[in-house]
Design a protein around this ligand. Structure first.
Ligand SMILES: [Fe+2]
Ligand SMILES: [Fe+2]
Length: 333
């Protein structure tokens, strides 16, 4: 218990009302558990093609100001003694998940607005719920500023496990998309590696075959996936203020993937292997962004059902998930 008592309660702060509520809740929990309390803000640059980062803008300084302001809003002149305050540079969901290692609990606001520019705390909190190595408590601002109730399908509480926001069907659809992303990632990685091996070995026949297999996979799997996303998923995300920039970035990456595929079609030998490697790396980054940012954002999109959007679409969730869904429906009849 002594070891448990030293692990901190960590609260993520972005300056939103819900993160101020999370600060108050985290303090109560830290006091009750006899744990130290740490407040963290995560900052990052978001590079947008064709723009320049203003030289006078200091995001680390802004993150520190967000933290200080939130502490004043949460506690006024009764600041908690011994609270540690940190501004962390990184991708928000990943930084908070990392911060959660060794933490007694991670406390987050449920729906971020404003605060540090361009952050997506609503989606970040959902991503942390899914991936943090410690219990996660999602707090919503509101009358009485009560913490969000546990998901209906979960018996876990904030004290013994993650409190998960998405409903079960949303969670299953997200899991299917992530699983399909993982399969695609693995497939592209192995096809690009096979082409690189054949080129390195000087085996032009094998290189020709591997090149053809890779191009065909891109045409039958990768491209249909991107088109289905643009048709079924990106619009709902772009319709939210937090998602507009994200979707424009994802669309630009789709175009980059198409351009790399075009380059790959006309390339041979070492050039083909290098292009395949670039395609693999861009795709991996793109998938990571969709898993970490897009899917949690879609889970909270008003009037949008992720399970309905992906239903029956092998290009989005893979054939195995579609077969499982159809078998489940048949069994339920
Ligand atoms: Fe995509
Ligand atoms: Fe995708």
């Amino acid at each position: 218990m002594a070891e448990q008592g030293r692990r901190p309660v960590i609260v993520g702060v972005d300056g939103s009302d819900s993160s101020v509520a999370a600060l108050r809740q985290a303090r109560e929990l830290a006091d009750a558990l006899g744990c130290p309390l740490e407040a963290v803000a995560v900052w990052n640059y978001q590079m947008v093609p064709g723009t320049f980062t203003p030289v006078l803008w200091n995001p680390a300084e802004e993150a520190g100001k967000v933290l200080r302001d939130a502490l004043v809003r949460a506690f006024g002149d009764r600041q908690p003694a011994g609270i540690e305050v940190r501004a962390i540079h990184g991708q928000p969901a990943r930084a908070l998940v990392d911060a959660g290692r060794g933490a007694r609990m991670l406390v987050l606001g449920g729906r971020g607005r404003g605060g540090i520019s361009g952050r997506l705390l609503g989606s970040v909190s959902a991503a942390c719920s899914a991936h943090a190595p410690c219990p996660v408590l999602i707090v919503r601002a509101g009358p009485g500023q009560e913490p969000a109730p546990p998901a209906k399908d979960s018996k876990e509480t904030a004290m013994n496990g993650p409190v998960r926001e998405p409903e079960a069907a949303d969670g299953a659809a997200q899991a299917a998309l992530r699983e399909h992303h993982g399969q695609m990632r693995h497939r592209l990685q192995s096809l690009a590696a096979a082409l690189a091996r054949a080129v390195a070995a000087g085996d032009s026949v094998a290189a020709h075959d591997e090149h053809a297999v890779l191009v065909e996979w891109c045409e039958t799997d990768l491209l249909p996936h991107t088109l289905a996303e643009e048709d079924r998923l990106y619009g709902a995300a772009a319709g939210q203020p937090e998602g507009r920039l994200l979707v424009s970035g994802l669309l630009a990456e789709h175009q980059a993937l198409v351009a790399l595929l075009e380059e790959l079609r006309g390339a041979g030998g070492t050039a083909a292997a290098v292009t395949a490697g670039a395609l693999d790396r861009v795709f991996a980054l793109h998938l990571d962004k969709e898993d970490q940012l897009l899917l949690p954002l879609l889970a909270g999109a008003p009037g949008f059902s992720l399970p309905d959007a992906v239903e029956g679409l092998e290009a989005l969730v893979g054939a195995a998930h579609v077969r499982r869904s159809q078998a489940g429906e048949a069994a339920g009849r």
